[in-house]
Design a protein around this ligand. Structure first.
Ligand SMILES: Nc1ncnc2c1ncn2[C@@H]1O[C@H](COP(=O)(O)OP(=O)(O)OP(=O)(O)O)[C@@H](O)[C@H]1O
Ligand SMILES: [Mg+2]
Length: 279
């Protein structure tokens, strides 16, 4: 782990980041797990809340479905549940050198299909605040990552209500850029009405093919739309990613130079989302 890890802990309050997109399959879970991996290596105590009914981040973080208390149950009993009593330790910790294992913390609130009962477009305000209630007063973590389903429906809005900031994941394609624009507008309206404390939305571009002129054009378009809200570096299309996720491995522990490049990209993204203090 990085020697500078203490700087993150000096921040005090936990940072809650929602990883969202309107479009499916653009890489929300990959970005969530890539950031979790970077945070783990950086010594940040991290909780991943898997809001997606498909529970892909639960699987990617080497947690068996059925372990722990499902997020839907916690949301149902939001005011009575202590989230820290229901989390499951990520199996990634077993891959760390033994001397780092005891101080490292990466936990998961497991996802399941049950959470789809909250994924309604007409979600009631009292349901909207359930995750916020659950995470209020949470201690022992520096970072909470909320992996959302691919819509702007109930579960994503539940995440936005609880979040300090939203990261939108986009591919450099026409429909994804259009979807990101719609999501940006939706977040602005949502923030005014329900969460004025929501920080500036950031955009992570994923699956960039450097040999594609269409991708080059869409990237240019996104740069002019989002300026410094567009995080760098962009993440390239990388066939290893499926293997890494299939093996339920943190990208920082995957061998080879290519994976090291990917891991470093997530280190840079993490620093921009949660800047260390005291450097
Ligand atoms: N940069 C990349 N290069 C290659 N494959 C990628 C990349 N990012 C993600 N993938 C793959 O694309 C698929 C979809 O990614 P992921 O599950 O992260 O997207 P998602 O937005 O969470 O999807 P969903 O909307 O279904 O939740 C996965 O198989 C993942 O391994
Ligand atoms: Mg996903």
């Amino acid at each position: 782990m990085d020697a500078g890890s203490g700087n993150f802990r000096m921040m005090g309050r936990v940072q809650i980041v929602s990883v969202s997109s309107l479009k499916g399959g653009v890489g929300k879970t990959s970005v969530t797990t890539g950031l979790a991996s970077a945070a783990l290596m950086r010594g940040m105590r991290t909780l991943v809340v898997d809001l997606d009914p498909h529970a892909d981040s639960t699987t990617s973080l080497a947690v068996a479905r059925g372990d722990g208390t499902e997020v839907a149950q916690l949301l149902r009993n939001a005011r009575r549940s202590r989230v820290s009593e229901h989390v499951v330790r990520s199996g990634w910790l077993d891959l760390l050198p033994p001397e780092h294992r005891s101080e490292a913390r990466l936990d998961v609130v497991v996802g399941s299909a049950l959470s789809s009962t909250f994924d309604r477009p007409d979600i009631r305000p009292r349901d909207l605040r359930r995750l916020k209630a659950l995470l209020t007063g949470l201690t022992g973590y520096d970072l909470v990552l909320l992996d959302c389903p691919p819509s702007l429906s109930g579960l994503t809005r539940i995440a936005w209500s609880a979040a300090d900031q939203v990261v939108l994941v986009a591919e450099p394609s026409l429909f994804s850029v259009a979807g990101t624009e719609r999501a940006m507008r939706a977040i602005r309206l949502f923030s005014q009405e329900f969460n004025p404390g929501l920080g500036r939305t950031k955009v992570v571009v994923n699956r960039v093919r450097t040999d594609s002129t269409e991708h080059e054009f869409r990237l240019f378009e996104m740069e002019s739309l989002y300026h410094d809200a567009l995080l760098v570096p962009v993440l390239e299309e990388d066939s290893q990613w499926q293997q890494i996720q299939g093996a339920a491995y943190p990208v920082h522990r995957w061998p080879g130079d290519q994976a090291r490049g990917l891991a470093e990209a997530f280190d840079q993204l993490l620093v921009q989302l949660v800047p260390p203090t005291g450097d």
